[in-house]
Design a protein around this ligand. Structure first.
Ligand code: B12
Length: 223
């Protein structure tokens, strides 16, 4: 969705991130949601767009690493603020572990995915960025999740993802696994087909649909 109003909001949010204006960003987000927009809509059409723009500005040396880091930390702060609104009252006794692929430090996207699960009543366990594979597996053994979600942002971490999927399949042969992240814009989606019970999901609306189907009939590939 790229209507005029929405693009204006994401530009405004971007300016606040670049100016280090946490209070302004927090207010903008609250107003956006008060305007009857959903959290998923906010994440996809405001926050994701603004951070992609931050990435371009950083890539072309228009902003410093310090400005990029500040933009990300404000984003994470604002997202944490929403938690009280996000958590669904109806809890389903379902558990998801959500993590980045080993060596991967980009955790905002997978945090958004975790929030979608929370909104659907799931309990989420979020080790986030760069969790070593043996530790992730030990953690999963403890949590006993119904599903694992993995995120990949940087394309050259693709071998790490394959390695993780291979290992996880050995330890948890039947566990549903979903994978996503912007690295797949450059290819690699077909990896999901090489592993059983593994699904590639490209964005948050698709994830919502996946969770609904999963809850209805345990179907892991609704697409
Ligand atoms: C912030 C940032 C960082 C921060 C991350 C901090 C943090 N707490 O996350 C830091 C400083 C650590 C960082 C480091 C690096 N970064 Co960086 N970073 C970014 C930036 C600006 C924003 C990332 C972000 O949060 N995006 C917003 C989120 C919401 O988008 P998203 O991740 O795509 O998630 C969406 C979907 O993909 C989906 N999704 C994501 N995961 C999953 C998982 C599942 C299961 C599902 C269903 C959906 C899903 O849901 C989200 C909503 O749609 C991006 C720019 C960009 N285009 O994103 C660059 C960017 C990703 N970084 C880049 C690079 C190159 C790096 C470094 C290699 C730089 C360096 N030389 O050191 C390192 C990598 C280090 C590593 N080992 O990983 C490049 C990657 C290019 C590429 N082709 O792979 C980008 C694109 C910048 C650019 N334009 O060049 N980075």
């Amino acid at each position: 969705m790229v209507d005029g109003t929405v693009s204006k909001v994401d530009e405004q949010f971007l300016m606040q991130l670049l100016e280090g204006d946490r209070a302004g960003a927090s207010k903008l987000v609250r107003n956006y949601l008060r305007n009857r927009k959903s959290v998923t809509d906010l994440y996809e059409n405001v926050i994701r767009k603004a951070l992609y723009r931050v990435g371009e500005l950083w890539e072309f040396n228009k902003i410093t690493v310090a400005e990029e880091h500040t933009a990300t930390s404000i984003t994470e702060a604002v997202m944490n603020e929403l938690y009280g609104d996000i958590i669904s009252r109806e809890r389903l006794s379902r558990k998801a572990v959500l993590a980045c692929v080993e060596h991967e430090t980009h955790q905002v996207g997978i945090k958004m995915a975790a929030d979608v699960f929370e909104m659907k009543g799931w309990d989420t366990f979020f080790p986030g960025a760069n969790t070593p594979l043996p530790d992730l597996v030990r953690y999963m053994d403890k949590v006993q999740p119904d599903l694992l979600a993995l995120s990949l942002s940087v394309y050259f971490h693709l071998p790490a993802l394959k390695n993780m999927l291979q290992y996880i399949r050995q330890v948890f042969p039947e566990l549903p696994v979903i994978i996503g992240g912007q690295a797949f814009r450059y290819g690699g989606k077909e990896i999901a087909e090489s592993y059983s019970h593994t699904t590639y999901i490209s964005n948050l609306p698709e994830l919502e649909l996946f969770i609904e189907n999963f809850m209805n009939d345990g179907q892991t590939n609704p697409f």
